[in-house]
Design a protein around this ligand. Structure first.
Ligand code: SF4
Length: 304
């Protein structure tokens, strides 16, 4: 269960691994409106201007939860958009108040990482900011543009390297099915995603994280409207697994310490391991899932 204090505006989201974090709103909403995403449609993006008020939230959580807080997650969809000096100040303050704190993280857009200098990122990391969760979605520039992600494969690869250099851990989230159901395009986009994974590999052997999710098209999004007009045809479950297979198949065998995880409830198969070491096993499991629908997570158990 998350630790919460005031000033969070519903709906609130966080990565599954932050289920036990103290959630602190430093922004509301998201800077972007990607065509497939419904998460922050009800909120206009804003940064909280009153830093002292945010500090009061952090302090109040200290009074309420004592020394039980070990993780802080800055909300909302792109909290890393705030100025580097504010991120640094708030991170430092979290450690001052929460004496057993081990991790501070947020969602981040690649462009907002790139806007910060290496020195900015180093200061943020030195203050104790430990990880960014980056919605990568896909490695293909054409699809990134079509879904209004506002970034490119080159930028994402560079943002990852800048984070490693500063000492900030990287968790990248892909979205299977985003390219639609054209078999040739779907395969090509999966190869591009594998290429991006290869380019995001750290130069030094540190842990980094890749988590593919599966697209579900929700009402109110542009993609829902495109699907209703017949302009977007979703992938079948088999095609989704074929994308996952191709993405893994084309990753380099030399990747080190890439923790790969498809445990998210949207996925048809649950894989967890180190990408290069477990590659053959992953491919066998996916192959079985492609051949036999009975080994897939049924739709009623997937969070659609
Ligand atoms: S950047 Fe992420 S949270 Fe924001 S609209 Fe796009 S997918 Fe949604």
């Amino acid at each position: 269960m998350n630790f919460v204090v005031g000033n969070l505006v519903e709906p609130v989201f966080k990565p599954p691994s932050e289920w036990d974090a103290l959630l602190i709103a430093i922004t509301n909403g998201c800077t972007r409106q990607c065509t497939f995403c419904s998460m922050y449609r009800s909120k206009q993006f804003s940064m909280r201007k009153d830093i002292e008020e945010i500090k009061m939230d952090i302090k109040r959580a200290g009074a309420f939860y004592g020394n039980r807080v070990r993780k802080v997650f800055f909300e909302d969809g792109n909290a890393f958009a705030v100025k580097p000096e504010i991120l640094t100040e708030l991170t430092e303050y979290c450690y001052k108040i929460h004496l057993n704190l081990e991790k501070v993280s947020s969602y981040a857009h690649a462009k907002d990482i790139l806007k910060k200098t290496d020195e900015d990122l180093k200061k943020i990391a030195d203050a104790g900011f430990t990880m960014v969760y980056v919605g990568i979605e896909i490695g293909d520039d054409e699809v990134l543009k079509a879904c209004k992600k506002g970034t490119t494969q080159d930028e994402i690869a560079l943002a990852a390297q800048k984070c490693y250099k500063a000492g900030i851990a990287w968790s990248g989230i892909f979205l299977l099915g985003l390219a639609g159901n054209d078999p040739e395009k779907s395969r090509q986009h999966s190869i591009e995603s594998a290429e991006l994974i290869n380019r995001m590999a750290p130069q030094t052997p540190i842990e980094w994280y890749i988590s593919p999710l599966t697209l579900s098209i929700t009402p109110g999004t542009d993609l829902w409207a495109q699907k209703s007009r017949g302009e977007f045809q979703p992938c079948s479950a088999t095609q989704i697994l074929e994308e996952l297979y191709t993405m893994i198949e084309y990753t380099s065998d030399d990747l080190q310490k890439c923790i790969f995880n498809t445990n998210h409830a949207s996925n048809y198969l649950s894989l967890k391991g180190e990408l290069s070491k477990d590659k053959i096993l992953f491919l066998k499991i996916i192959e079985a899932g492609i051949k036999d629908p009975n080994v897939r997570r049924p739709d009623y158990l997937r969070s659609l």
